[in-house]
Design a protein around this ligand. Structure first.
Ligand SMILES: [Zn+2]
Length: 83
């Protein structure tokens, strides 16, 4: 994986590092899912990296499904197919 992203504070492509965060609650359910948060190695600003964000969401949805039995991904896919 390329660990570079655009930092709006440095106004350039920077190397980023990863710190751990915790998503405690999702839709009113206690999920306590670890998330990876990319941040600028120069100034420390949190950055948005799509690939990492997608992985965070996958883990979050999976956990939410395990806890509630409600499936998020399939509903999303289904509604896309119906269009
Ligand atoms: Zn920066």
């Amino acid at each position: 994986m390329i660990n570079k992203a655009y930092c709006p504070v440095c106004e350039q492509e920077v190397k980023f590092k990863i710190k751990k965060g915790l998503i405690k609650e999702y839709k009113g359910v206690q999920v306590n899912v670890e998330e990876n948060i990319p941040y600028c190695s120069k100034c420390g600003t949190e950055l948005f990296v799509l690939e990492i964000e997608n992985n965070n969401l996958k883990r979050l949805y999976k956990r939410y499904e395990e806890l509630t039995g409600l499936v998020i991904m399939k509903d999303t896919i289904k509604s896309k197919l119906e269009r």
